[in-house]
Design a protein around this ligand. Sequence first.
Ligand SMILES: C[S@@+](CC[C@H](N)C(=O)[O-])C[C@H]1O[C@@H](n2cnc3c(N)ncnc32)[C@H](O)[C@@H]1O
Length: 243
Amino acid sequence: MNQPYAVTAEFYDLLQAEDQLAVVDRLADRWFGTPRVGVLDVGAGTGLATFRFAQRCDLPLHAVEPSASMRSVLLSRLATRPDIRPRVRVHAAGIQELGLRAVADFGWCLNTMGGLDAGARRRALAALAEALVPGGVAVVQRPPATACDGRRGLPSVELGGDVYTGDVTSAPVGSAGVRWCFRYRVVRDGELVRQETETFDGHLVSEERFDAELRAAGLTPTGADSPDVVVVRRVGVGTLRPE
Ligand SMILES: C[S@@+](CC[C@H](N)C(=O)[O-])C[C@H]1O[C@@H](n2cnc3c(N)ncnc32)[C@H](O)[C@@H]1O
């Protein structure tokens, strides 16, 4: 069986980086502040946000990315940046397997929680809290609360005369799940050259339940943003960050 993101990694930046970076920049402008300890990117993917954070501060960065396919894009990006490399530690496992302690006062986890089942989510949130210093802040995208049948197109990008494009369909699975199917297409002169697909399963969690899970992990919700973002603060004394 293929590893998760084995197909998607090839197309992720080409088709999704522009939209994703617009979200990263908007959220970071509002919530990044002035960290003083370090920055933690949970589910760093191809490193889009990690690199933005490296431009915003001179602190150590922890990029947590278990998928070898996504990580290889991140590492290729780092390969050409000797100025940033000494500060970025790449962790090749899920956050819940790392045992990071108090390495950051700014955490980030976008587009990742929805893929974790209840047990993995509980461990991941506990590990995120442990990785933050008391008073540290994290921007976390909630898992989806609902699912319905739908389809949306991905952008079309021209590359050497070929058009790279695709779409995502979503469908409910039972009462608490969702399945996303990503189809990527390469089209030349109107003819399909190749098509690749990858399917991901997600887990639905109501806002109230996710807030309760955050609190149980020692993360207090303090703010909200879109898309489905909750801003949390790690409980405990020793706040290093201004409000
Ligand atoms: C949809 S991608 C999003 C990547 C990036 N955050 C972005 O928004 O562009 C989700 C990423 O989370 C990673 N991931 C999945 N489970 C994880 C876990 N337990 N800890 C850290 N990362 C995880 C996946 O390998 C994948 O690269």
